[in-house]
Design a protein around this ligand. Sequence first.
Ligand code: EPU
Length: 302
Amino acid sequence: MRIENPNVLAALPGLEVEHRKGVALAGQTSLGIGGTTDLLLVRRHKHLPELIRLLQQEGVPHRFLGGGTNLLVRDGELPWVMLQLVRPQPEVVIEGNFARVDAASDLGRTVTFCAKNNLGGMEGLIGVPGTVGGALRMNAGAYGMQIGSYVREVELYRAATGRLETLRGPEISFEYRHTSFAPDDIMLAVQLELPSKAFREIVEGIRVCNEKRRSSQPLNQKSAGCIFKNPPGASAGRMIDELGLKGHAVGPARVSDKHANFFINKGNATSAEMLALIADVRERVRRAYGVELHEEVIVWKD
Ligand code: EPU
């Protein structure tokens, strides 16, 4: 979608928003899939409520893009514009055991920055691609930890009120790959409380997690991480693997040979091909195990 509405175009400079025209989401997502639309880069959180109010008023549909690492976007000309936050400087401010982190910060860089300040706990998240905001929204976790355990406060744009708000940790529920945030809430910043740990100890934890991840996940391929959530008490990857589906493909969309819950884009896969592969694998698992797999990846089909 191209923004052509004169009221919107005229307001963007005053809201400190950069307008990029005709951006291919295939270049903005780790799967390398997704159609084209205009992108609005938001430099200041404080302008977000006014920007969204304006887009609503003028009838310009919009969605919010984080790091694009857990996202499957439809093909073609997209019927909405994208909003994305620009990272401020500094991204992380540390005070004692508290780290205030901007939501647009890279998760891996945040983990290592905290480590250098002798704050640990997030070692398992090293190697999880994406932003801190995305990790928060999905309650990213690995190797027995999840980010939600360390959250003390979240600053966000609340879709329900149209305002910037701050929620305290106990007001948010963090479950397995699920949180109580509304789908159109936008994460802005988080305050984490992290345990003190010696830098060397944290680095050792990071090394161990990195090694485990490298040996079991296809990190250098185009993917969105795990496609399905694990059903209670089971592993989606193991189930798909047991059905002999590693390497199973629809065009260039293919079940990874390394980890069967990672679906990779071997070339220029379309969203339709990836969705067909997801539907096919889900159906085979349902028939073989009587279990319905639910997507972990966020899908924007329409
Ligand atoms: N397994 C297989 N074949 C496979 C994949 C896995 O037999 O192709 C077996 C493994 O050998 C292991 C069991 O299944 O015995 C579980 O596998 P793994 O340890 O890789 O964990 P997972 O349950 O598949 C979860 C998360 C990952 C996270 C890892 C490590 C989900 C959906 N996945 O994977 O998160 O990195 O644990 O903690 O919860 C993600 O969220 O995108 C993601 C990759």
